[in-house]
Structures are given as structure tokens and as C-alpha cells.
Design a protein around this ligand. Structure first.
Ligand SMILES: Cc1cc2nc3c(=O)[nH]c(=O)nc-3n(C[C@H](O)[C@H](O)[C@H](O)COP(=O)(O)OP(=O)(O)OC[C@H]3O[C@@H](n4cnc5c(N)ncnc54)[C@H](O)[C@@H]3O)c2cc1C
Length: 392
């Protein structure tokens, strides 16, 4: 038995969903608005909670081939470069959580998922399919695209990201995403192009007042990904996404960092910027699924990247959705979606709240900053580990 399922959006969440559902035998129509499947040129950290699911989807070997396996997470002061706390990753994490901690290039992860999806004959992929209309009744869902095509299915999964259109079908009178006033500056560089002292083999984090920076290797360690997230920058259009940036503009906003971080920032060949928006956590399971429509990934729970788990939660959602559906047929979809939402909404809400709290701690000033640094020096390994998250 199987259902015909429309997946809106071909990002990491939509592709993981198509793969997980196809492995259960369902037939999938995946609709992506962009003219071609692409991902932006930046990195993504995958905690063991996410990699465990990707391994279960049969992606262990190709994932290991594209990933970098950082040896440790090291937190430093952005001003002095002094180490505040450290947590071993590598085999220590893999042993403890039965799955590795990986850092990957988003385009590599996206391409890997796309290849796996393309190999499943039950999945049909359509690009240039921007969904503009959704109709449903008790027995089916129908969507139409801007170029006047239409698809009908037993179910619709909204994996259409932060500005989700499908979300309006599940949550009535929903407010738009909120501008956080935080901006991300991202760059990648070949490690070989860097002086040896600036190359990173682990996840390096620098904490400063109202900003933090993260650097980690991707693409088997050959590239270095650097992100600076800073507050109180005029945001312009909150839909600004992947704009050209410059070090001069970054430093106008944040000031110069201490010498260690500054040298790394100056070594980056080019910067891109992202205006960060989020939404408050969902308040109940029925905000995540309604009848034959379910939300997944950023469409349901967009979060600030301060726990590096947005893509991880989308991957967790995908596997949970496929498990809830099992081999159910069309008739069983609403009950299966209700089970999926009941299982997922609270964990996602917790991760969203923790990400926001991390931002406050990472960017602290004054006495809070002093207390944070003391705590990090004394208890760094314990504070940086997240068993509740990585074991889930
Ligand atoms: C600076 C930064 C750093 C991050 N770092 C990490 C990290 O280290 N680890 C981590 O796990 N997460 C991280 N994240 C979060 C992560 O990037 C997102 O949570 C994740 O990519 C969400 O995937 P998604 O598939 O739900 O949504 P998206 O990636 O937004 O995909 C949605 C897709 O739907 C398509 N679409 C939209 N509307 C329509 C429509 N109407 N019709 C058809 N298609 C449509 C879009 O074109 C897009 O392809 C980070 C985010 C940022 C901003």
C-alpha cells in the first residue's frame, strides 16, 4: 500500500523527505520553484542526531566522502583569541552518540540527496514549479503553480522554507517571519590558500560583544567555511538572502576583532550576507499538520543558527514523517500526519528556544559576558555537549 504525496520545496528538508518516503514505497511529486536544483555556497554542521538519520537513509558512504570530521569544538574570546572551552568531537562523539559529527558544504549535501532521490523511480522532480495555490478536501490535495500546471495527491508536505506558502493552509492568521536584526556574513576559501596558522581542522567559535564567528572545514577538509553573525545592523529588506558583502562593511558594523580572528577574516577572498529572520515556536501539534497537509523543516520551525540545527531538524522531521506514514495508503494519511506532528512539534520548539538562548549567551556584554567566560573556562566540555539533542 502506498500514497501519492506532493512535496513542496526541494531544499535539504524536501529532498530528505522525498527520499525517506520513497524508501517506504510512496509515490512522490517534488515541486521546486527554482529553475534548477541548487544550494548556496556555504557550510552546514551536522550533529550526530542528523547524521544518524542520514546513515539510516543509506547515505553513510557518500556522506563520509563529502564531509569533514572535525576533531574538536573550541570556543575562544574574539578579543584575545584565548581558549574559553573545548569539547572533543571526532571519535569521542561518534562513540558516545553512535554517529559522527560532520561538517559539509551545503551544495555537496544537497547534491548527494538529489542523486539519491533521482535514483528512486517513484519520485518525479519538477523545477520552475512555484506553488501559488493549494486546494483540499477530505480526500485529496491539489496544488497549482505560477505557470498554470496542477498536481493532485493524497497528501501535501510543505517543505517550502521560511516564507512557506503551504504554512497558511495549516496555521490560520499566521504572522510573517520576524526580522531578528541579526545578519550572517559567510565566506569559503581553499585551506591551501591560507597560511598554515589560519587553517582549521575543528569547529572554531569566537565570542564577542553582540557577535560571534564560526570557522570549520568542509568538503573533506579542503575548504574552510567562515560565518560571522552580528547584531544591530540595519537590515533593509528582510527577504535579503545571499547578497554580496565585503569585509569593510562587516567591520563597519562590528568593529575590528582581536588579532587572531581579524587575520582569518582578512584572509577571506569574498563575503556573502544573509538577513536572519525566524518565527516563534509552534504552540501545538495541530499547527504542524492539518488533515492531509503537514509542515516540515523551516516551513514549520525556522530558527536562528546558534545551535546549528535547522537542517538537522528538517532531516529529523523527514525521517519521522516517513516512519509515521509507514506503508499507509491514502485513507490513513490524516492520522499518520497527526502522529508525526505530535512526535515532532515539542522537540523542534525546544531546539528553537535553545538556539535563541544560545544567541543571547554568545553575544553577551558586561557582567553576563564575564560570568559566561568563567563558566566556560570551568565547565566548557559539559556546557558544550548536548546529550538531550544528540541522543534524540
Ligand atoms: C547563517 C546560517 C547558518 C546555518 N547553519 C546551519 C548548521 O550549521 N546546521 C544546520 O543544521 N542548519 C543550519 N542552518 C539552518 C539551515 O540552513 C536551514 O534550517 C535548512 O536549510 C532548512 O531547510 P528547508 O529544506 O526546510 O528549507 P529551505 O532550504 O529554505 O528550502 C525550501 C525550498 O523550497 C522552495 N520553495 C519555496 N517556496 C516555494 C513554492 N511556493 N513552491 C515551490 N518551491 C518553493 C525554495 O526554493 C527552496 O528550495 C543555518 C542557517 C543559516 C541562515
Amino acid at each position: 500500500m502506498a500514497a501519492n504525496i506532493i512535496v513542496a520545496g526541494g531544499g535539504i528538508g524536501g529532498l530528505a523527505t522525498a527520499l525517506a518516503l520513497a524508501l517506504q514505497g510512496h509515490r512522490i511529486e517534488l515541486l521546486e520553484q527554482a529553475p534548477a536544483f541548487t544550494e548556496i555556497g556555504a557550510g552546514v554542521q551536522l550533529g550526530p542526531n542528523a547524521t544518524r538519520r542520514l546513515l539510516a537513509l543509506g547515505l553513510g558512504k557518500p556522506l563520509a566522502a563529502i564531509a569533514a570530521k572535525p576533531d574538536a569544538l573550541t570556543v575562544r574570546s574574539a578579543a584575545s583569541n584565548a581558549v574559553l572551552g573545548r569539547m572533543p568531537l571526532g571519535s569521542a562523539v561518534e562513540h558516545r552518540y553512535r554517529a559522527p559529527y560532520y561538517c559539509v558544504h551545503r551544495a555537496d549535501l544537497h547534491a548527494l540527496l538529489l542523486k539519491a532521490v533521482r535514483a528512486r523511480k517513484q519520485v518525479t522532480l519538477s523545477t520552475g514549479a512555484r506553488i501559488v495555490d493549494v486546494r483540499r478536501d477530505d480526500n485529496f490535495v491539489c496544488v497549482a503553480s505560477a505557470d498554470a500546471r496542477a498536481w493532485e495527491g493524497d497528501a501535501l508536505v510543505g517543505a517550502d522554507g521560511l516564507w512557506s506558502l503551504v504554512r497558511h493552509q495549516v496555521i490560520e492568521a499566521d504572522a510573517p517571519p520576524r526580522a531578528t536584526g541579526h545578519m550572517a556574513w559567510r565566506a569559503t576559501v581553499a585551506q591551501q590558500a591560507l597560511p598554515v596558522a589560519l587553517r582549521c581542522h575543528g569547529v572554531e567559535v569566537w565570542l564577542g560583544p553582540r557577535l560571534h564567528a564560526v570557522a570549520y572545514p568542509v568538503r573533506g577538509g579542503r575548504l574552510l567555511n567562515v560565518v560571522v553573525i552580528a547584531e544591530s545592523i540595519p537590515t533593509g529588506d528582510v527577504r535579503d538572502w545571499d547578497q554580496a558583502g565585503s569585509l569593510a562593511a562587516l567591520q563597519q558594523a562590528t568593529g575590528r576583532s582581536g588579532a587572531g580572528l581579524q587575520a582569518l577574516l582578512e584572509a577571506m577572498p569574498a563575503w556573502r550576507t544573509w538577513t536572519l529572520s525566524d518565527r516563534p515556536p509552534l504552540k501545538s501539534a495541530d499547527q504542524m499538520a492539518s488533515g492531509r497537509i503537514a509542515l516540515l523543516g523551516d516551513a514549520a520551525h525556522p530558527m536562528l543558527p546558534y545551535l546549528a540545527q535547522g537542517a538537522g531538524m528538517a532531516i529529523e522531521d523527514a525521517v519521522a514523517l516517513a516512519q509515521a506514514l509507514g506503508s499507509t495508503d491514502a485513507a490513513g494519511v490524516p492520522q499518520a500526519f497527526a502522529r508525526y506532528a505530535a512526535e515532532r512539534w515539542q522537540r523542534n520548539a525546544r531546539v528553537q528556544s535553545r538556539a535563541q538562548r544560545n544567541g543571547t549567551i554568545f553575544h553577551a556584554t558586561g557582567p553576563v559576558r564575564v560570568g559566561r567566560d568563567v563558566a566556560m573556562r570551568m565547565l566548557g566540555k559539559v556546557l558544550l555537549d548536548q546529550p538531550w539533542l544528540y541522543k534524540g
